[in-house]
Design a binder for this molecule. Structure first.
Ligand code: SF4
Ligand code: SF4
Length: 123
């Protein structure tokens, strides 16, 4: 099972996790064309080796260590990350649709500053 990026990455997207990932499985990178379009980054579930290096690197605690440990409020974003399994050229567009729906249905979380959002995931 792979690590999962969740909604504190929205409005943050600083790519600190990309810089430490040893297998380059977090996308889009700054040098990929989809970077501007993406509101958060996504972890390719098949390429992630579960090393855990990205977790302490994230300034807003957006990364969970598995789908099962991802809080209920963030479960739809597991699918957004998993879309990278397909390798489809429109993967980011499809993932972003899921993120937009998540934002629309979690306005309570979106009102919380990104740095404090993870603390509210389980509430
Ligand atoms: S757990 Fe390791 S391999 Fe997986 S996304 Fe994080 S840094 Fe990359
Ligand atoms: S380090 Fe955290 S906030 Fe920054 S891009 Fe990665 S998941 Fe998003």
């Amino acid at each position: 099972m792979a690590f999962v990026i969740t909604d504190p990455c929205i409005d943050t997207k600083d790519t600190a996790c990309v810089d430490v990932c040893p297998v380059d499985c977090i996308h889009p990178r700054k040098d990929e064309p989809e970077f501007a379009q993406a509101t958060i980054l996504y972890i390719h579930p098949d390429e992630c080796i579960d090393c855990g290096a990205c977790v302490p690197a994230c300034p807003v605690a957006a990364i969970y260590d598995a789908p099962d440990s991802t809080p209920a409020s963030q479960k739809t974003l597991v699918e957004a990350n998993a879309i990278f399994r397909t390798g489809d050229p429109d993967a980011v567009s499809r993932a972003e649709e899921i993120v937009k729906a998540h934002v629309a249905s979690h306005q309570d979380l979106m009102q919380i500053p990104a740095a404090e959002r993870a603390a509210a995931h389980g509430k």
